[in-house]
Design a binder for this molecule. Structure first.
Ligand code: LMR
Length: 391
């Protein structure tokens, strides 16, 4: 039987982690998988998390099962940060914990499919795992171009895709810090998109994996909140893996906005059943640590300070890149006004390979770079190498 399994290519992004680790070059540069790095190239545990973990060690009195919904203290404590001043929208929003943002995306699209969604509109390029998840659950994807060549969002393309959509379509949007392009919609564009989605009656799913890494916690939630204010129903897939630095602990949450609070019961009975059949229950530790932080004003302040240090550093790197102007045929100026960990450079697969072979610079084959892999000590080498391969 097992001969029926055809070998699959390893996930290209995750394969980069190993390729980089195996490279002995002393001045190698890792611009691959999306983790934050300090100016020294480290990805330290947040001090707020360390303190919360210590509290957990000292006070946690059981590790007995919770349930498919996970730690509801964690899920509810996050709500004001995601949804703002009216965090349940009159009892219309409920959530549950998931294994990372990926678990939340998986749950959101599988539940939408169970509710009758037959196609998902999605801007391309997107995080490669979005397409893999859709493929795995056999949900058809309708792509539209996310960005224009000048490094801004192609709002006409998304509006056109919405205009062409059918009544059983959903649309997947990145809340902020678009992965891979770093190109977000402006507030005016979000207003227009939200109204178009509401007018057309299609179902929005918002993937919010980078809140706080772009312009600020509230600023990065603008589009998500605007859509939820405008439509009757929506799903949100949320990740704390980046904004709490909890990557390997897999800390995520899924939220649904329903027409009224009664509708939430049926939605979450299905969500619980899907979770039970997939992972049974989410891992607890990371969600508990986030809950401890968010229930403690001092730890919350420490966390927000650490998050803003990360954000400021990424803005500084973006400014350095934009100040470099051009590198060979690549215009770096638009990167200065884009957001979050990522940007896509107009380089070919061959040029990406050349950067790896000749300069020990590791980036995704799509041309995506992780901004946080750069710092004052390696940015000149990067710009020169880019010029070298694109000249
Ligand atoms: C990334 O895009 O690099 C991150 O979201 C990590 C992942 O799981 O792909």
């Amino acid at each position: 039987m097992l001969e029926n399994l055809k070998p699959q290519a390893p996930d290209a992004l995750l394969a980069l982690i190993k390729a980089y680790a195996d490279d002995p070059s002393p001045d190698k540069i890792d611009l691959g998988v999306g983790v934050y790095r300090t100016g020294q190239g480290d990805t330290p545990v947040f001090e707020a998390i360390k303190r919360a973990e210590q509290k957990l060690v000292d006070t946690q009195d059981t590790k007995a099962y919770l349930g498919p919904e996970g730690d509801m203290g964690f899920v509810n404590a996050l709500k004001p940060y995601i949804f703002g001043d009216n965090p349940t929208m009159g009892g219309r929003i409920q959530g549950m914990q998931t294994p990372g943002g990926t678990g939340a995306v998986r749950l959101a699209v599988a539940l939408a499919q169970r509710a009758g969604v037959t196609r998902l509109l999605m801007g391309t390029p997107s995080w490669p795992n979005h397409a893999q998840i859709l493929n795995d659950i056999d949900l058809e994807m309708i792509g539209f171009g996310h960005a224009d060549d000048d490094g801004t969002a192609n709002v006409d393309a998304v509006l056109e895709a919405i205009a062409q959509a059918g009544s059983e379509d959903a649309i997947l949007l990145h809340g902020s810090c678009h992965n891979p392009t770093g190109i977000d919609y402006t507030h005016d564009q979000w207003d227009t998109i939200a109204q178009a989605i509401a007018d057309k009656g299609i179902f929005p799913i918002i993937d919010c994996a980078y809140q706080g890494l772009g312009q600020g916690m509230d600023e990065d939630a603008y589009g998500l909140r605007r859509i939820l204010d405008t439509v009757p129903e929506a799903f949100v897939a949320y990740s704390c893996d980046k904004n709490f630095g909890m990557y390997r602990d897999r800390v995520g949450a899924f939220y649904a906005l329903a027409k009224d609070s009664d509708a939430l019961d049926a939605i979450f009975s299905n969500a619980n059943a899907l979770a039970r059949a997939s992972w049974s229950m989410p891992p607890d530790h990371g969600g508990s640590a986030v809950r401890v932080i968010l229930r403690d004003p001092e730890l919350t302040k420490l966390w927000l300070d650490e998050l803003s240090t990360m954000r400021d550093r990424m803005r500084q790197v973006r400014t350095m890149l934009a100040d470099a102007g051009t590198a060979g045929s690549v215009n770096l100026v638009p990167l200065g006004s884009q957001n979050g960990l990522f940007a896509v450079l107009p380089v070919s697969k061959e040029q990406v390979q050349q950067l790896r072979d000749d300069h020990a610079i590791y980036m995704a084959g799509s041309g995506r770079i992780n901004i946080a892999g750069l710092h004052a000590g390696n940015i000149d080498k990067f710009v020169q190498a880019l010029a070298d391969v694109t000249q």
